[in-house]
Design a protein around this ligand. Structure first.
Ligand code: GLN
Length: 201
């Protein structure tokens, strides 16, 4: 295959759905559990799941320093939901011992929507992705409370009690969404990410 090699961090979470979505956009997809597997990929997806658990497993699998280094070297990473939390520099309502990769200069609030309702769906328009709004699925999702200069806001909730909350961002080669495009069969965000990986290669 000529497509970029994209890894899915496969410690925990909805790994299979991201593998399917990335395969659907022509990427050569690998699951990543070991440092040697990380070395072989051009980009990485951090799936939805549970960021506190993922944080522990990243240490147990000795992936923290290797992922930090690849991010510092410019590897594209896309985090959805728990993956967004893992990319944030600051997490509110997290566990004191949870740690991410601090790649995107933003503050996220964990389980933010969950105070009103555990899961909900809403249309979200994403800057740079044509074809109309995403049918965004939020499951105990974080939202972004604050971004530093240098972080591009790509999408916000457009209605309901969480109106205007930031739910998609990009900083350089790092991309994050609060919602789960891998669950709805809409491949446009995975295509956007695969293009980003291809461009960075
Ligand atoms: N609430 C989860 C966390 O804190 C994220 C939920 C999800 O990824 N669907 O990591």
């Amino acid at each position: 295959m000529g497509g970029p090699v994209i890894g899915v961090l496969a410690l925990q979470g909805d790994v299979r759905e991201h593998v399917a979505a990335l395969t659907g956009v022509g990427a050569d997809v690998r699951t990543v559990r070991r440092p040697a597997e990380l070395d072989a990929v051009d980009g990485l997806v951090i799936p939805g799941g549970e960021s506190t658990t993922m944080s522990k497993l990243v240490d147990i699998f000795a992936l923290r320093a290797p992922i930090d280094k690849r991010i510092a070297d410019g590897m594209p990473v896309y985090g959805s939901c728990a993956g967004m939390i893992m990319l944030a520099t600051e997490v509110l309502d997290g566990r004191p011992d949870q740690r991410g990769f601090a790649g995107i200069a933003m503050t996220v609030r964990r389980n933010a929507f969950g105070r009103q309702v555990d899961s909900f769906e809403a249309p979200v328009e994403i800057t740079g992705v044509d074809g109309g709004p995403f049918h965004a699925v939020f499951i105990r999702a974080p939202w972004v409370e604050r971004v530093d200069a240098g972080v591009e806001v790509l999408g916000r909730v457009t209605g309901g009690p969480a109106v205007d909350r930031i739910v998609a961002v990009r900083q350089g080669n790092l991309l994050a969404t609060s919602f789960h495009p891998e669950l709805t069969g809409d491949l446009r965000l995975h295509r956007y990410f695969a293009d980003l990986v291809e461009a960075a290669r």
